[in-house]
Design a protein around this ligand. Structure first.
Ligand SMILES: [Zn+2]
Length: 527
């Protein structure tokens, strides 16, 4: 038995040890913070070149994608001035047109600026939150924006973030202070207390006064109308609702949804203010409700069963846009090792695709800490531990997505075949998925039997309709904004060619160029 003196000594030593451990811990923490911050990427230039006011710019000799007629026109010219397309010039007239700046685009292909129809600009693209990830979020938000033009995306439709902060970012992009796409956002989303997404909570007044709301609560028709007015006041260009009545987390807890009368009031008030109403629905029940209540646009696609012919017919009776967001299901549809679903060809292909994203694309689009968080998440799901741990109720259950892919989600095909207006959006901001990564969604849509031309339309012409910006965006035509992507290969031959970006203009400003663009000719060579 230890004597009292030994006891006292031990106590002192333990206290000293704890203090030392504390100091070492603080030192370790400081070193960790420092190493994460020092490892963040540098901001990119906000733009490459801006034509002077009144100057004409000619992109000469390229193939030009005519999305309306569904063909790649050969050897044309695109002439623009002050951010607006003046004309698409026929081959025979190319020699007659003079411009202040001429870019030789022979053997290149011009498509309309791509529109990512569903993103969360302010989400990091990972779900497992740790200190390095938190330290990287601010930089990643800006990077989410920067990577868009680099990859041909000139407009994003943001389907919920922190309204005020997002408005500030959008303004900085417009002012060419940071590199990024045009941002069209829903402002704060509308939801019932405790409803989906249950991780998204209304922020206290003193926070929302400064940064804006993430969501607004709706209880009845009166609060519904008030919420629509408030969202529009915070910059909403469309109104976003949620119809999932079950959690997507393990356990699939039942969740409240906004009542029918309140939904009707939302639609009425939104239309009065000239805004379309869009609904998140990933389950049949929500899809059917949205059709019945006359919601305009559909985010995602039901994954818990197959639509009946009567559902498709009812959907097609009105004009709706549908953004299936295949990427998010693909990222989260992880079958654990040993699960027989892994043998399904599409589930297996998705597994290979996830590895490709993690190792090849993620380093291009995201900060290191975010990629590590995704690696950790994938490992957790692969060994089947995600659903059994203490925090399981806060973790996505991949089961529904796995099943939906194993059956090659026929709903996308059914609606597309019926003639639905398909829009391309990847839910960028969700795990392993970033707003600039639209080419991946385009590639995946091909797996669901969309033709290359229909995929190109889904990210241009159809997207412009969804944004209510058909007169400004979505095609290369006189009078529209000069949002143009120059590619080195023809995307109507292989959809992956949308990744071969040579130059990107947004409203006539050259935001980004790669490779040898421009092949110096005209005035730019001497500048
Ligand atoms: Zn989303």
């Amino acid at each position: 038995m230890a004597s009292e003196r030994e006891h006292a000594l031990l106590k002192t030593r333990l206290a000293q040890g704890a203090a030392l451990a504390g100091i070492a811990g603080a030192g370790y923490l400081a070193a960790k913070v420092h190493s994460v911050l020092a490892g963040l990427t540098e901001p990119k230039d906000p733009f490459d070149w801006k034509p002077e006011r009144g100057a004409t710019v000619l992109l000469k000799g390229a193939g030009v994608l005519d999305v309306k007629r569904g063909q790649m026109l050969k050897e044309r010219g695109v002439l623009f001035r002050d951010g607006q397309i003046l004309s698409v010039i026929a081959t025979r007239d190319l020699g007659k047109v003079d411009a202040d700046h001429v870019f030789d685009c022979a053997n290149k292909f011009i498509i309309p600026g791509l529109i990512n129809c569903h993103v969360h600009s302010m989400m990091p693209g990972a779900a497992l939150i740790d200190l390095p990830l938190l330290l990287s979020v601010k930089r990643q938000t800006v990077r989410n924006m920067e990577e868009c033009p680099i990859h041909g995306v000139t407009t994003v439709r943001d389907a919920s973030g922190i309204a005020g902060l997002l408005n500030d970012i959008a303004e900085m992009i417009e002012g060419l202070e940071i590199l990024g796409p045009r941002v069209v956002s829903c402002g704060p989303s509308l939801k019932p207390r405790g409803g989906y997404p249950e991780f998204n909570r209304k922020v206290p007044g003193f926070v929302s006064n400064k940064y804006g709301d993430t969501c607004l609560y709706v209880d009845d028709p009166e609060s519904a109308r008030e919420a629509v007015r408030c969202a529009v006041g915070q910059g909403a260009r469309f109104i976003k609702l949620f119809f999932d009545d079950r959690s997507l987390f393990y356990g699939h807890k039942k969740l409240p949804v906004i009542g029918d009368e309140a939904v009707s009031a939302i639609i009425d008030e939104a239309h009065r203010l000239g805004r379309r109403v869009s609904v998140h629905q990933s389950q049949l029940e929500g899809f059917r409700r949205a059709v019945r209540l006359g919601v305009d646009d559909f985010e995602h696609v039901p994954v818990d069963g197959v639509l009946k012919a009567s559902d498709v017919k009812a959907f097609m009776k009105d004009e709706h846009c549908l953004t299936p967001t295949v990427s998010v299901g693909m990222a989260l549809g992880i079958a654990p090792v040993g699960d027989p679903a892994r043998d399904d060809p599409l589930v297996a292909a998705m597994q290979v695709e996830r590895e490709y994203i993690l190792h090849e694309l993620a380093p291009v689009f995201a900060e290191a800490a975010i990629n590590r968080a995704n690696e950790k998440m994938l490992a957790m799901y692969a060994d089947g531990k995600a659903g059994t741990g203490r925090g399981a109720k806060g973790m996505f259950d991949p089961g529904l997505y796995v099943e939906s892919f194993a059956s090659k989600n026929p709903n996308i095909h059914l609606l597309h075949e019926a003639g639905a207006t398909m829009c391309c959006g990847n839910d960028g901001g969700t795990p392993m998925n970033w707003p600039g990564m639209l080419a991946e969604e385009m590639k995946l849509l091909e797996w669901f039997d969309l033709s290359r031309m229909d995929i190109l339309r889904s990210a241009t012409m159809n997207a412009a309709k969804l944004l209510d910006m058909e007169s400004e965006l979505g095609s290369v035509e006189a009078g529209k904004l000069a949002d143009l992507v120059v590619l080195s290969a023809d995307p109507t031959k292989d959809i992956r060619n949308v990744e071969r970006v040579e130059a990107v203009f947004r409203s006539g400003v050259l935001l980004h160029k790669a490779g040898v663009f421009p092949e110096e000719s005209g005035d730019l060579a001497s500048e």
